[in-house]
Design a protein around this ligand. Structure first.
Ligand SMILES: C[S@@+](CC[C@H](N)C(=O)[O-])C[C@H]1O[C@@H](n2cnc3c(N)ncnc32)[C@H](O)[C@@H]1O
Length: 195
């Protein structure tokens, strides 16, 4: 089965988890990968890698000595990733349990977290708990970048933006990429309020 077919099959079976009809396109993948430090060894975590649409762009940025770990909740996608991207260290689990998952894998403070989790589909409490778990893993100077789907209901997008603003001192939105399916932009967050 092709990567696109695998993605579509999981999207049909678990619309609550996948939240998109197609994998992220190359332009958006390159844009999110650009937040990853490219000149020094870094620890990078990807949340919700799906079929790995973003992962090769992130990997291409990494300096020697970097560590790149992905956390995926869908069991079939975990199996797919382990078969197709053997260089990606995939942890099976829920991003809400990020601290425990990373500690179990011996991963220390994280320089960059990149995410395409479907934030608007998560219950508010779980969304806030997951955002707090991400912020808690970041090293000083670390960055969190997430894809924001522009086709989601405006009220839900506002809720996500509010939660990000409650968690980070800086939340920057990039320009929309209309030809992505679905049209999306990046939200790039720095300086969790705990610092
Ligand atoms: C919109 S898809 C993005 C897939 C891929 N990164 C891409 O850009 O094409 C969302 C992904 O997040 C995963 N996911 C959803 N909730 C999750 C959670 N709580 N923890 C980890 N992964 C989750 C889904 O299984 C799916 O692979």
């Amino acid at each position: 089965m092709t990567t696109h077919a695998t993605f579509l099959r999981r999207a049909i079976r678990r619309p609550d988890l996948i939240g998109a009809p197609a994998p992220t396109g190359a332009t958006l993948a390159a844009e999110i990968a650009a937040v990853v430090p490219g000149t020094c060894p870094a620890t990078v975590v990807e949340l919700g890698p799906g079929t790995g649409a973003i992962s090769p762009s992130v990997r291409a940025r990494l300096a020697p000595g970097s560590r790149y770990v992905a956390v995926e909740l869908d069991g079939e996608l975990v199996t797919h990733l382990r078969g197709t991207l053997p260089w990606l260290e995939v942890l099976a689990g829920d991003a809400a349990d990020l601290g425990t998952l990373l500690a179990g894998a011996g991963v220390g403070p994280v320089d960059a977290v990149v995410s395409s989790l479907p934030w608007t589909l998560l219950p508010p409490e779980r969304r806030r708990a997951t955002l707090a778990a991400i912020a808690a893993t970041l090293a000083p100077g670390g960055v969190f970048a997430t894809i924001s789907t522009l086709t989601a209901l405006p009220a839900l997008r506002r809720d996500v933006l509010r939660d990000l603003g409650d968690t980070y001192d800086e939340v920057l939105a990039t320009r929309p990429i209309w030809r992505n399916v679905p049209p999306s932009r990046l939200l790039v967050c720095r300086r969790p309020h705990r610092w």
